[in-house]
Write a protein that binds this ligand. Sequence first.
Ligand code: MN
Length: 276
Amino acid sequence: MVGDGFKVHNFFPGGTKIGIHRMSPFFLMDYGAKTVFPPSDRPRGVGAHPHRGFETVTIAYHGRVSHHDSAGNSGLIGEGDVQWMTAGSGILHKEYHEKEFSRAGGLMQMVQLWVNLPAAHKMTPPKYQELTHAGMGVHSLPDGAGKVEVIAGEFRGTKGPASTFTPVHLYNAHLKAGATVDFSLPENFNTAMLVIEGAVTVNGTAKAPADHFVLFANEGEAVSIRAEESSVVLVLSGEPIDEPIASYGPFVMNTQKEIMQAVEDFNGGKFGSLDD
Ligand code: MN
């Protein structure tokens, strides 16, 4: 559990033991598979905690999450929305089930990605991009095969709304049963996908049911996904950041010295304050 509100499976770096560089610039992927939460008057979630040196990207498939931070920002991440938070030089935030969602209870399904920042931007001022479902780039596939929603980067000329510090493609592919979509992604980018709904066959051979993570080798540009049933697939691909990584809990920096500094700054109150 992350706090008491998010039952997550960590696909990387820990869960798949692929190491901290293999999916660079993505550092971490936590997945909250479909979970039904009973009604609760006290919203479940994770209390105030810091981040420095990277971005957290929260993708909501089901359920609604509220967030507040030490810079006074707050907002709601609803179904189909994405929150792209640049922690940069440091922020405290908390993430909770939205009040009404909590009161009624219901289905929750979320992904949180940590996207690393290059040394030159680790101490950039914190900021948010609230990317609503309605604002995503939408590329309709031929023959009514479905659509690719572009969160970041581009797909066949359709751009996503997120601004990123390094080249990243992030898509939600919604595919009808029997549909196939081909992605052409740079060979040097690190690429993976997560099956959110349904079941797919990858590159003609590998079967991947819902909740499964697929890591692609860096050996070709073409990735083909065939939906065996109506499916939703999250595709992530990014140019690796070729720098050392030092990480400790909620801090992802380049050196151990910078980690010590982050801990010192956090303990010294330099991340601001936020009630639990
Ligand atoms: Mn957080």
